[in-house]
Design a protein around this ligand. Structure first.
Ligand code: ZN
Length: 116
């Protein structure tokens, strides 16, 4: 389990109504709201895997040797995702493309990894 995953799981445990009686209810509610904010942000910023396409324009997702890179579809310019959807993606990379993890996910992970 990574440090960010461990930190989130610990917070989820603390927010459980029945788990820790030593955590006051208002604190549990605040923790739950913070978790919801983090979860909503992470749900928006997902990695999109890019694979080379076959001659018919279908991504070869079953062949790991055809994997190109991961990008964040949310942070990348809409022209990048449109080119991916249209099969016009330049495999050497596109202007406006944001790699994975994107700055938003890196910032969340860095905060969750930090020693307090
Ligand atoms: Zn992103």
């Amino acid at each position: 389990m990574t440090a960010p995953t461990r930190a989130l799981q610990f917070a989820r445990d603390l927010a459980e109504p029945d788990w820790s009686l030593s955590v006051p209810v208002p604190a549990k509610r605040s923790i739950a709201k913070l978790l919801a904010a983090v979860d909503a942000t992470l749900a928006l910023h997902k990695e999109d895997a890019i694979y080379e396409c076959d001659d018919n324009g279908f991504p070869q997702t079953e062949d790991e040797s055809k994997f190109v890179r991961n990008i964040c579809g949310t942070c990348s310019d809409s022209s990048v995702t449109e080119n991916l959807d249209d099969g016009n993606y330049d495999i050497s990379g596109e202007y406006g493309e944001v790699g994975w993890p994107c700055p938003t996910v890196e910032a969340i992970n860095k905060a969750l990894e930090a020693e307090q």
